[in-house]
Ligand binder design. Sequence first.
Ligand code: ARG
Length: 609
Amino acid sequence: MHVLAELKTKATNWRKRKLKMNATQEQLKVKFQQAMGAAFGAEYAEVDPILVSTSNPKFGDYQANVSLSLAKKVGQQPRAIASAIIQNLDVTDICEPPEIADPGFINLKLKTAYLQAQLNAIQVDPRLGIAPTKNLKRVIVDYPSPNIAKEMHVGHLRPAVIGDCISRILEFIGDDVIRISHVGDWGTPFGMLIAYLQTEYPEALTTDETLDLGDLSSFYRQAKKRFDTDDEFKEAARQAVVQLQAGDEKTLLAWKIVCQLSSRAYQIIYNLMGIAPFIERGESFYNALLPEVVQELHQLGLLVENQGAKCVFLEGFTNRDGEPLPLIVQKSDGGYNYAATDLAAIRYRVKVDKVQRVIYPVGAEQTNHFAQIFQVARRAGWITDNIEFVHAPFGLVLGEDGQKLKTRSGDAVRLQDLLDGAIAKVRADLERRLQQEERQETEEFVNKVAQVVGISAVKYADLSQNRTSSYIFSYEKMLALQGNTAPYMLYAYARIQGISRKGGINFEQLGENAKVLLQHETEITLAKHILQLDEVISAIEQDLLPNRLCEYLFQLSQKFNLFYDRDRGVRVLEAEEPLRTSRLVLCDLTAKTLKLGLSLLGIEVLERM
Ligand code: ARG
């Protein structure tokens, strides 16, 4: 490969691993390319300067690493190259004079005036200066996709919270996001519920009105109990499955009623959690398309009959004896499975939905499943190089004992109980605090705070962990007022609103000519951090790790606290003009950044708490 071309790909790969560039980096990149062109000839005006954030603020804000990779090609020492670039580099509007660090890194420190101008510019922008991406993509996020023949339990938490957050972020970036819940609404588990409905509520099948079956959780539980203890009922459940798959109309009606009931009960919890609306397109949707999938795989020569089952032999997956593993698409009895349905969904999403990216936030235990269906879909030509299908795996929610979170009787914890527990704890704390402070608040206020803080704490505790790891569910940790928790973040926000109340200031009316003036070190640190939100968001667009945003917001709150600290920071309300207004703008921008960031996590803020 031509050396320059090689350098370009190297840089692209580097960037793929690193973050996408923000507006400042883009500007610097152009300046660097002009300088390289001037120093070494026109063909160098396209080389990537390899700009990255410095690991240590001591060295400035950004560094350009290009001199090192150019050394061989130019035939000079990196240091000499760096100095030739600098001689031709005009970044006086943006940076202090660049410095060279051994062996040839170019360090750049942003000018205070530049930071001030940036802050002034974003002050009145609801997007805080983060422009939507130019190449908009159609993206499907496949979530929360629960199996609805069961009551909602702790296992339903992560797909909902993570899927919702990823969707919000991509939507903010400007993608055309379609949220699709691939609900498990078909198959054997429904036999039990259908049979239960048929025996206990036969009237449900003859009336148009929706029946009130009371508490759905007891419906599930009774059905299960009967299934486990009554052999005749077990047989009826088995028959119901056969009838369902044969398309028997009465059974289909019963199935539909059960699905509607489940969906409605699930929706109540999603509403409580603040999960944005999604389209429900469950497994049953693909039933009619399954024969086509099998047929096409057959025509493509991918399908092999193996012990009566139709399957595709996988590349790179082997059994214990080292033989290639088959992916079963149609069982020997003619039935289809989870994998077949997912293949139909992939094909539909590509051909009908015309997506460019599909994201599956699903538990890590399904890693093989996704690798296998993606492989088959690629070999079938459904997934092409310009379409990205990605499994975004997550770990488990564990109890204090490090095992899957369970109730004392060994069942999965109900999601409703988990959420109610958090809300009740917040309420008890709040009531205690109100009493201590002799504060009077309305019942409405108490309810609102308890709900927002409780739900946020559960969601934040989930999102702030690296998605791929399992974590221990602990009310105590997630409700702590200090540390990387939702309450800490919500307090930081409410505290800033408190400054405006105390000073009788309307942040919205600080005015367009309220200029930011950065003097104190804590102001500069805070300002730089505020301006880094776009880098974090671009990173998440690529690696789908929301914990980056939590970490960013946590640091933002800490930097704000330092800035606002009486001893180590600055005075705000007591400062003289024009510093007072400038600092109020910084307060406001911090609050707006917190609010925007939290909203992308699916968390609502409180003005007071
Ligand atoms: N219903 C599945 C489960 O609960 C998750 C479905 C994920 N989405 C998909 N297209 N496979 O395990």
